[in-house]
Design a protein around this ligand. Structure first.
Ligand SMILES: C[S@@+](CC[C@H](N)C(=O)[O-])C[C@H]1O[C@@H](n2cnc3c(N)ncnc32)[C@H](O)[C@@H]1O
Length: 211
């Protein structure tokens, strides 16, 4: 069969494979965190972010020089380890929330192994109750990755604390099914601007709180 002609009748461009990249450690501290992530990934997984999602979290947190990152859904701490790679450079802190004490015990151990426990404050309990108790210092980056039904409520509860120019990242915008009220909230508000990233995987919503 003849190949179909490309645009303007010329030859069709050949699809090239999607390039891939990985994080190369720049110093011993980063190597130690990457090693802890690698070890955690060998064990049982608890709905943790993929490597690509985790690298995006680190890149965005470091790029905006985040001082305060708030994470809803610590699980065993893999996403927290990616944030830690950024925060050891920005001088910031991660406040991470989870309701499950067993997962938090594993997260604590992972943070200790990575040598980043001083960068992370763990809050145990229902994040709808605990996160609004944070003092009113501005949040540079809010990462929503707890129960999917709660996403829109988390946004209502914490958006006032996100600084203008700050980011709200939301995991699982493709699978499992995203919360429709959350999607409406981040795409229907003129004060926000949203892009969906890494949608070939679980999918990440990146929302800017406009200045
Ligand atoms: C998808 S996992 C988080 C994965 C983690 N961010 C990572 O990538 O390593 C979701 C977590 O949300 C927690 N969770 C569910 N409902 C919660 C609630 N109401 N408050 C706090 N945590 C909750 C669960 O215990 C679970 O560990």
């Amino acid at each position: 069969q003849e190949p179909r002609p490309g645009p303007r009748g010329g030859p069709r461009p050949v699809d090239t494979p999607t390039p891939t990249a990985t994080t190369l450690p720049r110093d011993d501290g980063e190597a130690r965190i990457l090693e802890a992530i690698e070890q955690a990934r060998q064990g049982e997984r608890y709905a943790n972010v993929s490597e690509a999602d985790g690298r995006l979290l680190r890149q965005l947190a470091e790029a905006i020089n985040a001082q305060r990152v708030v994470e809803l859904g610590t699980s065993t701490g893999e996403s927290g380890l990616y944030f830690a790679m950024a925060l050891r450079k920005t001088g910031g802190t991660l406040h991470t929330f989870d309701i499950d004490p067993d997962r938090l015990a594993v997260a604590r151990e992972n943070f200790r192994k990575a040598g980043v426990e001083d960068l992370i404050v763990i809050h145990e309990g229902d994040a709808h109750v605990e996160a609004p108790k944070l003092d009113d210092r501005p949040i540079d980056l809010l990462f929503i990755d707890a129960e999917k039904e709660g996403y829109d409520a988390y946004l209502r509860e914490l958006l006032p604390l996100v600084r203008p120019g700050g980011l709200i990242l939301a995991h699982n915008m493709r699978r499992p099914n995203p919360n429709p009220q959350y999607l409406d909230a981040i795409t229907g508000d003129p004060a926000l601007d949203t892009t969906f990233l890494l949608m070939e995987g679980a999918g990440m919503g990146m929302t800017l709180k406009k200045r």
